[in-house]
Write a protein that binds this ligand. Structure first.
Ligand code: SF4
Length: 497
């Protein structure tokens, strides 16, 4: 969603869809033991800007004092008038945010700094906690006062109230109580702590920058600052970095790896490696399998830029059809964008994407896209190609139909907005005005990772299957036990796999 201020709306932001893709919630980065920690974090966050454009922030620790700056907007806007020298210290964490849980307000921008009995602490979080509302009610009943609507603050309160001897123990106690998808970074006066959820739903990797230790949502951020990728943080693992070095605390119980497949399909940058798979390579393989399983009588393959270009290349290689840049994206249409009047209602999509007439005119086009969420943008793109003279448009999607809401940090928290939840593939084909439409099946998609149908899939595919790796809590219908867990669960969306 782009955000803008329309002249007629005064200072109230107007939000509208430039794209109907699901949005990632956040990106995190942390560094321990670098003389220019804030600067390193700033440039790493640039590499993660695709994960969130609504707010950004950096917190550093210097001689026991926390320094932080956060604000709404792109990273460069947030730090336009704040020099990085205002954030001294050898350790830092940073965050870019897309607001799915909690409003897009300054209080919800991260890292969130707060004080504990042990001193200052800052938290940065990527993901969504499915029991955050339950825990929040419990904490409020016990006297906690919240400054924000972000579920990240719930974790801060849990840490502050845990009352155990060390920060690490308090963090572990808090993390034990939260459920859902998370990659957390905690920065204190003498420690940087990283924690990934027991299913590994959200990505988190670590590396080295000289003697410094770094953590990032995606490995592309490590490359950007010249750090060397070391490994992914394991599901359920907590990693502590302090003056004594790096310490790993593995998951305390059994874990079932369920990495978000959509990171590979759409969210992550193609130059990132996640849990051992390179994103571009996976997307290309998805395109190859799409061509093999769902061929089309066509003359040319066109990918929807940018995220579907790798899959389009794979489709072309497998099918033997040429791949062309039949759609060009205007990379500068993003935030400061005035919604067109109704007479110019198609201008919005044309400003963002343009079909190249000389490439598609008279041609039967295979249009490769990574997903269809609401279907509105797909219809506009099909129309763009037809208006530019395409003789036919066969749409091929490099993922299964997106039918179920995501509760782990993606902005489809309701299935009501998902066209595949209520329409068959034939009906979607009609809605988007394509000549034909095909999706990958889950089994075909898993083949791109070298997995057979009989293999246990180390992925979350809940938005395609409705089988959620965790319970999905609905706070309105639950009672709560003293530890914040539900004692009476009346409704659970989807099934736990
Ligand atoms: S439900 Fe879909 S988008 Fe959400 S974590 Fe699972 S695979 Fe990713």
């Amino acid at each position: 969603m782009a955000q803008l201020t329309h002249p007629s709306e005064g200072s109230q932001p107007v939000r509208f869809a430039l794209s109907d893709k699901p949005k990632e919630e956040c990106g995190v980065f942390g560094v321990f033991g670098h003389p220019r920690a804030a600067e390193v974090t700033y440039y790493a966050l640039f590499a993660l800007q695709h994960r969130g454009q609504e707010a950004a922030g950096i917190a550093t620790i210097d001689e026991g004092r926390m320094h932080s700056h956060r604000g709404l907007g792109l990273l460069q806007d947030v730090f336009r008038n704040t020099p990085l020298t205002d954030l001294p210290g050898h350790s830092a964490i940073g965050h870019v945010r897309y607001s799915t849980a909690g409003a897009n307000t300054l209080e919800n921008a991260q890292p969130i700094p707060f004080n504990t009995h042990e001193g200052p602490l800052a938290v940065a979080h990527n993901g969504n906690l499915v029991n955050a509302r339950a825990l929040r009610i419990l904490l409020e009943r016990q006297g906690s006062l919240f400054q924000s609507t972000s579920d990240t603050e719930v974790v801060a309160h849990l840490i502050a109230r845990a009352g155990l001897p060390t920060l690490l123990e308090n963090v572990q106690e808090a993390v034990r109580m939260v459920k859902g998808g998370y990659a957390f970074l905690f920065l204190s006066g003498d420690e940087l702590i990283a924690a990934r959820d027991p299913f590994g739903l959200r990505p988190l990797c670590m590396g080295r920058l000289g003697d410094a230790v770094v953590f990032a949502s995606e490995s592309c951020a490590l490359e950007t600052v010249g750090a060397v990728f070391e490994r992914d943080v394991e599901p359920g693992e907590t990693v502590v970095v302090d003056a004594n070095g790096v310490r790993s605390i593995p998951a305390s119980g059994a874990t079932k790896r369920a990495m978000c497949t959509f990171e590979h399909i759409y969210f992550a940058r193609p130059d990132s490696d996640i849990d051992g798979w390179n994103v571009h390579t996976v997307r290309k393989q998805l395109g190859r399998i799409l061509a093999e399983c769902h061929p089309a009588e066509a003359d040319v393959v066109v990918g929807v830029p940018d995220s579907s270009i790798s899959a389009a290349n794979g489709y072309a290689e497998q099918s033997g059809l040429p791949v062309e840049m039949g759609l060009i994206k205007n990379k500068y249409v993003a935030r400061t964008f005035i919604q067109p009047s109704s007479e110019l209602r198609d201008t919005g999509v044309r400003l963002k994407l343009n079909a190249v007439r000389s490439i598609v005119s008279g041609k039967r086009v295979v249009l490769v896209d990574d997903s269809i969420v609401r279907g509105t943008t797909s219809r506009r793109i099909v129309r763009l190609l037809r208006d530019a003279g395409a003789a036919a448009v066969h749409v091929r999607i490099s993922s299964p139909p997106y039918r179920y809401a995501c509760h782990y940090g993606i902005d489809t928290s309701s299935s009501g907005q998902l066209i595949a939840a209520t329409h068959s593939v034939d009906e979607i084909c009609q809605e988007i005005e394509a000549d034909s439409l095909a999706f990958l099946t889950v089994e075909e998609m898993m083949r791109a990772f070298g997995l057979k149908p009989t293999d246990p899939y180390p992925f979350c595919n809940a938005c395609f299957t409705g089988r959620y790796p965790t319970e999905v809590y609905h706070v309105e219908k639950m009672d709560y036990a003293a530890d914040g867990r539900s004692s009476r669960k009346e409704h659970q969306e989807g099934v736990r796999s």
